[in-house]
Write a protein that binds this ligand. Sequence first.
Ligand code: CP
Length: 360
Amino acid sequence: MPGERSPAAELAALGPDAILRLPAPDGGAPAGPTAVAAPAAIDLPAPPTDSPDEWPGRRHVLDLDDFSAGEIGRVLRTADAMKEILGRPIKQVPALRGLTVVTLFYEASTRTRVSFELAAKRLGADVVNVAASSSSVTKGESLLDTAHTLRALGADVLVMRHSEAGAPYVVAEHVDCMVLNAGDGWHAHPTQALLDLYTLRERLGTIAGRRVVIVGDILHSRVARSAIWGFTKLGAAVTLCGPPTLLPAGELPWPVQVDHDLDRALEGADVVMALRLQRERQQAGLLPSLREYVRLYGLTRERLARARPDAVVMHPGPMNEGVEIMPEVAYGAQSAIADQVTNGVAIRMALLYLLGGGSV
Ligand code: CP
């Protein structure tokens, strides 16, 4: 095919730094994850003019609360370069060759786990997937024992999903690995928030000044918590919408508005993010009935018409079609849901690349 390059040509084009080396700066012990050489530089588009990019040598990605707008900008711009790679006939570069990425999932996942695996493979890293349900966790091995064991087996990066909020923080503190939080309890899902920001920037051009409505089960949503940090840090105005029983109680840590009336909240919105209703909550007495919830908070075509005509519809998945979102909206022209999934690979490539020491 015209323009197609062989893997060898790809490698040659990246130059001699393309293959990672493990330096031993003190001439001593084999290098650990902190000593992985910088990956090969990848050409990036011009930086956005609205926020100067930065990346201050971060070792972990645990949530977006400690990210500056400039760091988020760096991730998004690096993801632009990764997306260009993903558009090539040969979707792989050896930028992270020699790096070992282990995904350690204590909870089910389709999008996050597969996209992390693809992201690491596209950058030439070695990838091992561990599901807690089929590991020595079932014999009583503790979280830290498991993480130390994976480190001893050569893991440089641990991508972790856990049902307990804070679990990735414990591993980051006690194990000499870079840690990426792939979702911890109700607390955080930073890579989902970054791919949401990337998708929105792709659709709308800018995020600052946009009106974003997040509707549904915000109380139990790690997606919402990280997304709110991301949207507000980039200057969007966020409204949280749902029944009082599904919103966090008390003073909120974010500069957001709360509205229990979805029809009112949607007026003039640029973005509507529907969240999965976790049906098990019904048994906890948090909802009077599913029918009532769908009537008041289900995202229908008629409701969406209250938002701007070009409003973007988002959902992190998995969806309950016919509950929080109707199929004609989920698969309609305004939906960015499939793009969110696709962009997850580029965002996770960008994060692995930056954590691995890539500089742009
Ligand atoms: N959005 C999300 O985290 O999906 P998965 O549970 O399929 O990874």
